[in-house]
Design a protein around this ligand. Structure first.
Ligand SMILES: [Zn+2]
Length: 231
């Protein structure tokens, strides 16, 4: 019964994503999630000032990073997937998405991270939701068995990428975040997916431009670092 109580709201919430991606969030923001996954959610927003070009796949040194070497904390979940979304809105942030969804009776921001686009938060800023701090399941991608919500890290980029690309700052932050998460949880590139790639989804999320980035740049980059690392 306890388990039902926990899962039921998730199912209701996740149903809302069947046709696309509704937004939501939590008034937090921070820097990267490691090594301080338990850090206060009230640290000030990180300003994205680096305007380097869109990230390109490039060889990296074998992963000897803080992510892979830091001991796993007891409360860290056994994450198996990274699922990337767009908000399908022009603007917004974790707080506005969270509030909108709470008004609908859901249990707050369904994603673990939100990457701002300059309209609602600094371009490229990464917001960390309460689900990440609590290391709890997402509510962003309902699949058979609820596998992708239970074990999938949900990342939402603010914007509608059906007709344009995310900003360079957003892609740079996405690459940085996904690289860290994939290393820490040893998530293989094929499990880093756009929402619509998950089983039995009928959604345009995360928009064809972001989906194209995932397929043509992000996964190849992740594969190249694994190859260099001998994995
Ligand atoms: Zn989505």
């Amino acid at each position: 019964m306890l388990r039902m109580k926990r899962i039921l709201p998730v199912l209701i919430f996740a149903g809302a994503f069947a046709a696309g991606c509704a937004p939501q969030g939590e008034p937090t923001l921070t820097r990267m999630p490691f090594p301080d996954v338990d850090s206060s959610p009230h640290s000030p927003p990180r300003r994205e000032t680096d305007r380097t070009p869109t990230p390109r796949p490039e060889p990296e040194q074998p992963q000897r990073t803080a992510e892979t070497q830091a001991p796993r904390r007891r409360n860290e979940r056994e994450w198996r997937y990274i699922v990337i979304h767009h908000s399908a809105t022009e603007r917004g942030n974790a707080a506005t998405f969270d509030a909108a969804h709470r008004r609908r009776g859901w249990d707050g921001l369904g994603y673990h991270f939100v990457i701002n686009n300059g309209a609602g938060g600094p371009d490229g800023n990464i917001e960390v939701g309460h689900r990440w701090h609590e290391q709890t399941h997402g509510a962003h991608c309902r699949t058979p068995g609820n596998e992708h919500n239970e074990y999938g890290i949900g990342i939402c980029l603010v914007g509608d990428f059906s007709d344009r690309r995310p900003s360079r700052a957003q892609l740079r932050s996405l690459q940085n975040l996904v690289g860290r998460l994939a290393s820490r949880y040893d998530i293989p590139p094929e499990r880093v997916i756009g929402h619509g790639e998950a089983p039995q989804q009928s959604t345009a999320c995360p928009g064809r431009h972001l989906q194209s980035y995932i397929e043509r740049e992000l996964r190849p980059w992740l594969r190249s670092r694994r190859a260099v690392a001998g994995r």
